[in-house]
Design a protein around this ligand. Structure first.
Ligand code: SAH
Length: 241
């Protein structure tokens, strides 16, 4: 008894729970995916694991699903924040999608001195994180925060959270993550296309919780650096082991 279609919903999920569908969800399930009454769907809401459900009512503008059984327990990602400076729209979308797939718990766009964009579409980016979770089998959806200034984020930095600072000035150096900080809350920081300013770099390298790393002998684009940094962190300190 499995379902090929995975759908994120906001309602509570539980044995026998009926889940009313929005117009868009009904259109997707019955119009696009051609599901009918009795068809199977996997549901998750980011809090209650994944549930196998079947279609109880199918209409053009709505419908209802009924939860049958828990098919997968909630799997939380490691306590990892992913901070990045938003770049062009398509690349920013890519970064959010990859951070969600790679297991970031919270995605935080930050405005640095050389960040061009003044604003982001938080709702659109959040929708990308939902879609990424739907397609990668995740049961958790990371929150995408609104754009905040990097200096403000650092001013309010929570005690005990470590920061992996990907510093392009270290290109080619041997600085890597030590594996001795496992199990702690962490964050990763990736800069914009223009890199970090001297002032930012000076502050970031002296923070007691910062771990400066190099991502190899080549300067990577920010979207590539995002995936490389998440890979490096997951392998050394995350849930890949
Ligand atoms: N324009 C800058 C590069 C910016 S690359 C320059 O020429 O120096 C965008 C971001 O990706 C950087 O701010 C950094 O966070 C990350 N990055 C890219 N390559 C890196 C490397 N080899 N080591 C560490 N961080 C890197």
């Amino acid at each position: 008894m499995s379902a090929k279609i995975r759908l994120y919903v906001e309602q509570p999920l539980g044995q026998g729970q009926s889940v009313p569908l929005t117009r868009e969800q009904a259109h997707y399930l019955f119009g696009v995916m051609r599901l009918a009454v009795g068809g199977r769907v996997a549901l998750f809401n980011g809090r209650g694991g994944e549930w196998l459900a079947d279609v109880a009512e199918a209409g053009k503008r709505g419908g209802t699903l009924t939860c049958l059984e828990l098919s997968r327990p909630l799997q939380l990602p490691p306590d990892l924040w992913f901070l990045f400076a938003p770049i062009k729209k398509a690349r920013t979308d890519f970064i959010v999608e990859k951070a969600a797939e790679m297991g970031a718990a919270r995605i935080m766009p930050v405005q640095t001195e050389f960040t061009n964009s003044e604003r982001i579409r938080q709702d659109r980016l959040q929708a990308h994180a939902v879609e990424a979770a739907e397609q990668c089998g995740g049961t958790f959806v990371p929150e995408v925060a609104d754009l905040q200034r990097l200096d403000k984020v650092l001013d309010a930095w929570p005690e005990g959270r470590q920061l992996m600072f990907c510093n392009e000035a270290e290109v080619g150096s041997a600085l890597r993550l030590a594996e001795n900080e496992k199990g702690r809350p962490w964050a990763i920081l990736i800069g914009p296309e223009g890199g970090f300013s001297e002032r930012e770099r000076a502050r970031l390298t002296t923070l007691p919780y910062a771990h400066v790393v190099s991502l190899g002998p080549r300067i990577l684009r920010a979207d590539t650096a995002a995936v490389a940094a998440l890979t490096m962190w997951q392998q050394a300190l995350g849930d890949w082991a």
